[in-house]
Design a protein around this ligand. Structure first.
Ligand code: SF4
Length: 463
């Protein structure tokens, strides 16, 4: 056993044997999270000169949007869903609530596979409408509301389980797909499991996200909590190629995951990150305003919406009109349809070139875009910390080139995955081997899909 394997295996065993220490740390995170979500909402808005070290609201902005979100996204690429299983305050709270609650079984509507996409889309758009990155009351509403929903779900459903995390959490779907790229996983040796079952003492494992551990083949649903490490001497933390799960033909693919990657994490995210800095958005707003001034209805230009529906902070000279709200929603939806549509068309073209069950192939090829989708989220989330750093007097001239390099590297990784995926299909030697021209056509279509995503990011990167 190599040093790395031994260290990883020890790490897993440590998690399994130190549940009390992990729980203590989880409740410490809950306390910090509660303070940063709740307290700033009851403080006056910071003035222009406020800094992170002398203002709790600015500190909380840094903590949530400068560190927490971007680096949780990156952590999925490095350590799978360790954030979910070891640190996440909502996971801790929903599991704790399910210990004392009604213990009902999750009903069918709650287990609908489309929730991760719908929850991500709705939360992203709503977060833009209430300016969740800027205002602590909006943070309390969006993050606090999500936490209350997590606790309520835990209270009603499951017994010491994380029903919320498994089915309803707005970022479950994104974490589910990003974690597939992690170079570590909880590996299950099924033969050893079968051989040892009934022969060695079994300590029941409470897998809070309800993974069928014996059949687990990847990171998508596993929260990497470590509780099953060493179970039946058959489960261990192990390293693997970061490409393994996407290229593994046994991995199940789904249309909802494909939607989440292509329309959600790529299309909706680009629209949400871009509208506020887009000159085209400003022009559309000016033209729409002129049209409404001439022809009505005038109420579209009023700013009577409450702060919990749309941004309304007169003291900060920041109020959205109904027109602003309509344009923001329209912009994000249109971007999602255009960018997502572009990628979908070329995924379909690539899948058609390969032949066979083209829909299933198109869904599978969508997973090759995970690096580009995940790095795009990281780059988009770097916008607020960059603005905060600007407010602290820092000049980040390297930011645009760094973002461009990151996105280009992610696109190269996605293309490499596409190449390996197509190559794998070509070598199977089934009914017919793929001719070189069909392979080239498939890869050309994937290149155009990736190029379209990079082009869509261009205005944000070099604004
Ligand atoms: S399979 Fe379940 S118990 Fe095992 S590490 Fe993953 S989440 Fe934890």
């Amino acid at each position: 056993m190599s040093l790395t394997s031994a260290t990883l295996a020890r790490y897993g065993r440590w998690l399994a044997n130190h549940g009390a220490a992990v729980r203590a740390m989880q409740w410490f995170v809950v306390a910090i999270y509660a303070m940063l979500v709740v307290v700033p909402a009851f403080l006056p808005l910071p003035d222009d000169g406020a800094r992170a070290l002398d203002n709790l609201t600015v500190f909380a902005q840094w903590a949530f949007w400068g560190l927490w979100w971007p680096f949780v996204i990156l952590s999925m690429f490095a350590a799978g869903r360790t954030w979910c299983g070891v640190f996440c305050p909502e996971g801790t709270l929903t599991e704790a609530a399910s210990r004392f609650g009604l213990h009902r079984s999750p009903p069918r509507w709650l287990r609908w596979a489309g929730w991760p996409f719908v929850a991500f889309a709705v939360t992203t758009v709503y977060g833009q409408l209430v300016s969740v990155y800027q205002y602590p009351k909006a943070v309390l509403l969006v993050l606090g509301g999500s936490t209350i929903a997590a606790i309520a779900t835990g209270f009603v459903y499951g017994r010491e389980k994380r029903v919320w995390c498994r089915y309803l959490c707005p970022v479950n779907g994104v974490f589910n797909v990003l974690a597939r790229m992690a170079p570590v996983h909880f590996r299950v040796d099924r033969e050893r499991w079968a051989a040892n079952a009934g022969h060695i003492a079994i300590h029941p494992v409470n897998c809070a996200p309800m993974v069928r551990i014996r059949r687990m083949t990847g990171n998508a649903e596993c929260h990497a909590c470590g509780r099953c490490a060493g179970h039946l001497d058959a489960v261990t933390v192990a390293s693997r190629s970061p490409n393994a799960e996407v290229l593994d033909e046994r991995t199940e693919v789904s249309v909802w995951d494909a939607m989440l990657i292509v329309v959600g994490a790529i299309g909706i995210a680009i629209g949400a990150f871009q509208w506020s800095a887009s000159p085209w958005f400003v022009r559309a707003k000016l033209e729409a305003t002129e049209l409404i001034v001439d022809h009505g209805p005038a109420w579209l230009l009023s700013d009577t919406a409450p702060w919990w529906l749309m941004t309304h902070y007169p003291e900060a000279n920041d109020v959205f009109t109904w027109l602003d709200g309509a344009l923001i929603v329209g912009w994000i939806v249109a971007t999602a349809l255009i960018v997502g549509g572009w990628v979908s068309v070329w995924l379909a073209a690539a899948a058609r070139s390969i032949g066979g069950a083209w829909r299933a192939n198109a869904y599978a090829l969508a997973y090759t875009l995970i690096p580009l989708a995940g790095v795009g989220l990281f780059v988009g989330l770097s916008g607020l910390p960059a603005a905060l750093a600007h407010g602290e007097g820092l000049r980040l001239s390297w930011l645009a080139p760094a973002r461009a390099v990151l996105l280009a590297a992610a696109a190269a990784w996605s293309m490499y995955l596409a190449y390996r995926w197509v190559d794998g299909r070509s070598r199977r030697g089934e009914e017919e081997r793929l001719s070189p021209s069909r392979r080239i056509a498939a890869l050309l279509a994937m290149t155009i899909a990736n190029a379209g995503v990079l082009a869509a990011w261009y205005p944000y990167v070099f604004r």
